[in-house]
Design a protein. Structure first.
Length: 127
């Protein structure tokens, strides 16, 4: 479960929930929802949390057995509509071949969104 993995990583990195939330720019209530499985982080928030923890986003998504694909289905359900056809094909082929780099398409999506936000003057979401 994402919450268990995230809680473990936060603790190992030496953060309290409060200091981690400050470092990531998220509300403590939002983090609690992630940890309790009530809510999944957006790609953008997942990237911010991963950078704060010094790990790859796919590492946060790994379950206790080290399977980075345990939570990928939810991410695809949530963000799949934002992917181009080519990105979907690359992601599916990568998952079929169990290639951890296949999740990089989600990183590409994040960078694309950030570029679009910069062009439109939008600011990243704050939760």
């Amino acid at each position: 479960m994402l919450g268990n993995r995230l809680e473990e990583l936060i603790s190992k990195a030496g953060y309290t929930r409060k200091t981690f939330c400050r470092a990531c720019g998220i509300a403590e209530a939002t983090l609690c929802r992630y940890l309790n499985g009530e809510r999944a982080p957006s790609v953008r928030k997942l990237d911010v949390m991963a950078r704060t923890l010094g790990v790859e986003p796919s590492f946060i998504l790994q379950d206790g057995d080290g399977d980075p694909y345990a939570e990928v289905g939810r991410s695809i359900d949530r963000f799949g509509r934002l992917l181009t056809t080519q990105q979907r094909v690359e992601l599916v082929l990568g998952l079929i071949n169990r290639d951890p780099d296949a999740c990089g398409v989600l990183g590409t999506l994040l960078k694309t969104q950030e570029a679009e936000d910069g062009q439109t003057g939008k600011h990243p979401e704050t939760e």
